[in-house]
Design a binder for this molecule. Structure first.
Ligand code: MRU
Length: 352
């Protein structure tokens, strides 16, 4: 089962029949199972409860949720279809506030729907949405391969690369962003190893990145989040590559999984390059750092490990899911269009 997941054909998320199939990432690494979503509310729930997670993957899931919303409208009334799409868009957009890919994908679908609605009937509009969602999914894999190709130039024989959270095939439709860079370097025959952080509280590093690195057959070791300072001070790491949930082009700030900021500060202290790998769909060309909504999740994610409470009853915890790393800590951003210093990201807007 594991081999087939890493093969080229299988994807984290895909459209089948009249349903959306997603790997239930909550069950990994012990079980690789797909869940089927039959309507957009099930997709919204899967995003919220993190059955599907990772910025690009939630964007694609939301786009497919819009297809389910369109298909659920049996009447030929175009007005009814458009109002159902607006409703679905609002529900899907309210699931997780930080990753911009979610809004980017929903906007792309709505744009296609509005355009098609000018001249087509309801059935044709639904068909165009399906085609657009499939296009977004296919493009995701292609984009990640391009990120990998650019990024692998930064990886040398003998490197030890630290990564945080999971920015792999599971966080996308396939191939991955930060792990895509690692995978591309491996495919090019480079010899290097990886250190992955556990990533409390949801353990995306321990559960998902470790699962993917094992499948790739790359040498790696896991550390807990608190060990980052130690491994950098001891010279056990010489590069960092992480993904992103939102990159602010105007200022160069990078919003990513909680703990990324700490890693970037320590990397700067020890002179270790800190790279961010992400598709241009993760770039926000408008917002300022203060505009970004950082998701706060249920504090029970911190109090409980599996179902066992590890903190005394009555203790309070805070659970921000993301943090913002300022541009002076970021060496470069690897996109499908090339490698950019954080101060040059606005140039991407002028590319075709
Ligand atoms: O809370 P998650 O697991 O959705 O957070 C995921 C991350 O922070 C990833 O680093 C980011 O989405 C990039 S995934 C290619």
């Amino acid at each position: 089962m594991e081999d087939s997941f890493m093969s080229k054909e299988l994807r984290t998320i895909f459209w089948k029949g009249n349903q959306v199939k997603l790997i239930d990432q909550r069950k990994l690494p012990s079980k690789l199972v797909y869940i089927s979503c039959k309507n957009y509310r099930e997709i919204a729930a899967a995003i919220k409860n993190m059955a599907v997670r990772g910025a690009p993957a939630i964007g694609v899931a939301a786009a497919m949720g819009m297809v389910l919303a369109a298909k659920s409208v049996k009447s030929k009334n175009l007005g009814k279809l458009m109002s159902e799409l607006e409703k679905a868009k609002n529900v899907l957009a309210s699931t997780r506030p930080t990753a911009i890919n979610l809004y980017w994908a929903l906007e792309r679908i709505m744009k296609v729907a509005r355009e098609a609605a000018k001249s087509e009937d309801a059935k044709e509009v639904a068909q165009r949405i399906l085609e657009e969602a499939k296009k977004i999914a296919d493009k995701d894999v292609e984009t990640n391969r391009a990120i990998g190709k650019h990024g692998s130039k930064l990886i040398n024989n003998g490197d030890v690369v630290l990564t945080h959270c999971n920015a792999g095939a599971l966080a996308t439709v396939g191939y991955g962003t930060a792990l895509g860079v690692i995978r591309a370097a491996l495919e090019e025959g480079k010899s290097f190893s990886v250190i992955a952080t556990e990533t409390r509280p949801k353990l995306q590093g321990a559960r998902l990145t470790a699962f993917e690195l094992k499948m790739m057959g790359i040498p790696f070791k896991l550390i807990t989040d608190g060990m980052v300072g130690y491994v950098m001070q001891q010279g056990l790491v010489n590069k960092v590559v992480v993904g992103a949930d939102r990159i602010l082009a105007r200022s160069g700030h990078v919003v990513n999984k909680i703990g990324t900021l700490t890693i970037a500060i320590v990397a700067k202290h020890f002179g270790i390059p800190f790279y961010v790998a992400a598709p241009t769909s993760t770039i926000d060309f408008e917002s300022k750092p203060e505009d970004v909504v950082i998701e706060f999740r249920d504090e029970n994610e911190i109090h409980y490990v599996n179902r066992t409470r590890i903190t005394p009853k009555g203790v309070k915890a805070i659970n921000p899911a993301f943090d913002t790393t300022p541009p002076e800590l970021v060496t470069a951003i690897i996109t499908e269009k090339g490698i950019y210093e954080p101060s040059r990201l606005m140039e991407i807007l002028s590319l075709a």
